[in-house]
Design a protein around this ligand. Structure first.
Ligand code: C5P
Length: 409
């Protein structure tokens, strides 16, 4: 219950604004007092009269209204929590940069109350580096975030950006107003929906390259940076999963809230993965070496004057993805990766069947993907192929985590 709690509900412009009437109704039902502020964009989608009718309060929308001169300061001081729903890309940008050119943005700059935002926008806008930077700045400042959720992934313009459902926003409001210690989420700690759809699930993620020793000082490796796998581990944790990240040698930092097991070779990686079972989800993003040197030299190989270069005999490494896909304790959803340089989807489709996993995330690595910041992937499942646009690796990770949550729901 939210008895005696005062919520300032800021409604900005989005097609999803119609849902805010439902949210206002739920807040009132939970005994909160709700004062609404409407931006010019918000007013295009929901009327002041409808909001006033549901909240039982006058709706505020004009910074320059006769009585508003002190009004915005009074409104900023009034609430126990400011809820921005829907939060448009524009209003989030204003918040991130401290702009104050209308009533809503002025209140958001003037308030000392905690703030919860429920973003809603087109997926391309949500995934744009500008919005990501704005969100990172807001989260770092302690702003709480609920959603956005995933639209229908089959649509061409689909992806994250859908306003969280009103009951989900209500749960986030209750969490934000819960006495310290009782709230399951620290302010600003995550970008996750309040429902934390992967709570109670264990996810196993592999990341990075493996190093296969030749002798005590030399090894065979590849160019994997671990950026994509680590981002996926972080995104799954942000949705509430308990995550075990089995990582080869990488320079990227550990994602927050994740248990990291460090390994070097493919055989160590397999042993660490099996030790981490049971798991509900396995995402095998590591670039595991297919071969190792059959006999690792105990001493450093020496260059002998006049002698020919040594030749290395190779042995096949275990296939971790195929092993987990056919394991007695097989995770419910097994996701593999396929780095291809040609006929990407065809090879990935064949690989999905050969390895026995549920999905393959296929990417074209003919460009600078390995070690780079961006990735264009295709998700190959039993149902078909989803082509995702080229995105920053963090956005690919967030989409994949949301897609996994949607599938397990
Ligand atoms: O067969 P390929 O190496 O292209 O398959 C890539 C997928 O298989 C990735 O998900 C990778 O993590 C996994 N893999 C593995 N163990 C291996 C080789 C690849 O788990 N030995």
């Amino acid at each position: 219950m939210l008895t005696d709690r005062r919520i300032l509900l800021v409604v900005s412009g989005s097609i999803a604004a119609y849902k805010v009437l439902d949210l206002a109704r739920l807040l009132r039902k939970a005994s909160a007092t709700v004062h609404a502020v409407l931006t010019a964009g918000g007013a295009r989608f929901v009327t002041r009269e409808a909001l006033a009718g549901i909240t039982g309060q006058r709706v505020h929308d004009d910074l320059w209204a006769a009585e508003a001169e002190i009004g915005h300061i009074r409104l900023a001081r009034l609430p126990d929590l400011v809820v921005v729903a829907p939060a448009s890309a524009d209003l989030l940008a204003k918040m991130a940069h401290g702009l104050a050119d209308d009533l809503a943005s002025t209140i958001l700059l003037a308030t000392r109350a905690p703030v919860l935002v429920a973003p809603a926008m087109n997926p391309a806008m949500w995934e744009h580096p500008a919005t990501r930077a704005n969100m990172a700045a807001l989260v770092a400042r302690g702003v709480r975030v609920v959603g956005p959720g995933l639209g229908a992934m089959a649509e061409p313009e689909s992806g994250p950006g859908r306003l969280a459902e009103p009951p989900e926003i209500l749960a986030a409001v209750e969490a934000a107003l819960a006495p310290p210690g009782e709230s399951p989420h620290a302010p600003g700690a995550t970008l996750s929906p309040a429902g934390r759809p992967l709570a109670g699930r264990h996810a196993l993620v592999t990341s990075g390259p493996t190093h296969e020793p030749i002798d005590p000082v030399r090894y065979i490796a590849n160019r994997s940076s671990g950026k994509q796998g680590h981002a996926i581990a972080g995104a799954l944790a942000a949705l509430g999963a308990r995550v075990t990240l089995v990582s080869g040698p990488v320079a990227v930092p550990d994602p927050p809230g994740v248990t990291v097991v460090r390994v070097e070779t493919a055989r160590e990686m397999l042993a660490a993965c099996e030790a981490a079972l049971p798991a509900d989800i396995a995402v095998m993003a590591a670039a595991v070496a297919d071969w190792r040197v059959a006999r690792e030299a105990a001493q450093k190989l020496k260059k002998q004057p006049g002698a020919a270069a040594p030749s290395l005999e190779m042995a096949l490494n275990p296939d971790i993805l195929a092993t987990l896909s056919r394991h007695a304790q097989r995770p419910g959803l097994v996701v593999g990766f396929a780095a291809e340089t040609e006929r990407v989807v065809q090879h990935a489709t064949e690989k999905r069947l050969r390895k026995g996993c549920d999905w393959i995330v296929a990417n074209d690595v003919s460009g600078g993907v390995m070690g780079g910041e961006r990735n264009a992937v295709h998700i190959v499942t039993a149902e078909g192929v989803e082509d995702w646009p080229e995105l920053p690796k963090a956005a690919v990770a967030e989409r994949l985590a949301l897609r996994i949550a949607q599938t397990l729901a």
